[in-house]
Design a binder for this molecule. Sequence first.
Ligand code: HEC
Length: 125
Amino acid sequence: MLSVKKVAQPPFTKSVLILVTALYATATLADISDALQVAQLSDGFNPEQKYMASCFACHSTGAAGAPKVGDGMAVEWEPRLEKGLDAVVANTVNGLNTMPAKGLCFDCTDDDLRAIVQYMIETSQ
Ligand code: HEC
């Protein structure tokens, strides 16, 4: 993630920053809040990669009754989301029945897990 705190930046970084700023300026409000959220995640964190590494094994197949992730799987998530995203994220952090705590991603922060859950929900529309 680019840090705006750096003062002396080489020209390349500067032009990347200008590009990023221009992209943000054209983004919708929802995109901006996504971008702000990404800023609180672990360095180099990529929700899709972490999902593939930690969660895919159960959530792609629905093993042990895991809600499935993928095209057209919104129906698996709607009843779970009725309790609110915060509760769903809390269940991810703490575990739920056969769902292991942190989904076995022990280097994930709570914010990282929230980002993965959002990724799972978004890719299940
Ligand atoms: C060993 C298999 C397994 C792995 C690995 C796993 N899950 Fe799950 N997950 C489950 C099962 C089973 C459930 C359903 C639990 C229930 O409702 O009883 C579940 C449920 C969930 C839910 C819904 C919680 C709710 O409140 O209804 C979320 C969100 C979730 N998992 C996220 C993740 C994330 C993120 C990862 C990876 C970091 C992950 N899971 C890894 C098996 C797994």
